[in-house]
Structures are given as C-alpha cells and as structure tokens.
Design a protein around this ligand. Structure first.
Ligand SMILES: [Zn+2]
Length: 147
C-alpha cells in the first residue's frame, strides 16, 4: 500500500490552518506538529486577535505539542509550517530540539535563513513543500488588504 503520510499530505493540513488565519484577517501562516503520523498540534497566526507579536503559528504549536507530550523536548516530532520560520520561531524551535522542520514558502525578508539564525544541530530541514500554494495565499492576503 502506498504511504499517504507524505510531506504534502501534512502540509495540506498546515495550509488549511493558514486559510483559517486568512479568514480572520491574520497574515495567513499555519502550522501543525506530527509525531508517528499523528497530528498533535495545529495552529495559525493570531498576532492581531491576541495583540501579541509572539502569537506566530509555530510558537503556539510548540506549546501545544509540549503540553500534549508532557515534556519540553519535541523528540521525533515534525513541524509543518507554510512559511519559513522567523528568527523568533527558529529560536524557540532550537530550544525544543525538534527532530524535523518542513516549510513551504521562503521568507526572503524575515525568514531565519536570511537573518542567520541557527537551528538545533539535531534538527533536519526540508523546504519548498507546496511553496507555491503558501506563497499564493500570502499574495492573495496582501492584495485583499490593499483594497
Ligand atoms: Zn515566527
């Protein structure tokens, strides 16, 4: 049987979260955390609603996953996030020692790569999964804000 639990499969779930953010007028970024092919955290950006610059999708998912696991380290966990994490989220992910990060679109301005933020040496990174879908959602959002 073919394995349905591909990176694309889980990134679609993260994109659904990003759509929810979009519908609330939040910058559309969604994240989920998966362990053993089970989603243990799902979240989307809520910085406007919570008036909190730290309410990025990744930050909320890190907290939710640690609560679920009953431990602070996200061992054997994979984060799927529609946009490249910023330096704050990369820093939090560093402390979580998460096993793998899969992200969609690059953030050329404020992503952790251009900022030179380091992830934990144990963390594997995959980029560009459904990047066009994530980038299109961002574009649609900023066009709708200008109207
Ligand atoms: Zn962030």
């Amino acid at each position: 049987m073919e394995n349905i639990f591909t990176d694309e499969y889980f990134m679609k779930k993260a994109l659904q979260e990003a759509e929810m953010a979009f519908d609330k007028g939040e910058i559309p970024v969604g994240a989920i955390i998966v362990v053993n092919n089970t989603i243990i955290a799902r979240s989307h950006n809520l910085t406007e609603m919570l008036h909190d610059v730290t309410a990025h999708a990744e930050m909320q998912s890190i907290t939710a996953a640690a609560n679920f696991l009953g431990g602070k380290y996200l061992k054997d966990c994979t984060l799927y996030v529609t946009l490249e994490p910023c330096q704050m989220c990369a820093g939090a992910l560093y402390w979580s020692q998460i096993t793998k990060i899969v992200f969609g679109a690059r953030d050329e301005q404020r992503g952790f790569m251009v900022m030179g933020t380091k992830l934990h040496p144990k963390t594997a990174v995959v980029s560009g999964v459904m990047a066009n879908e994530a980038a299109d959602l961002m574009k649609r959002f900023f066009i709708s804000r200008r109207k």
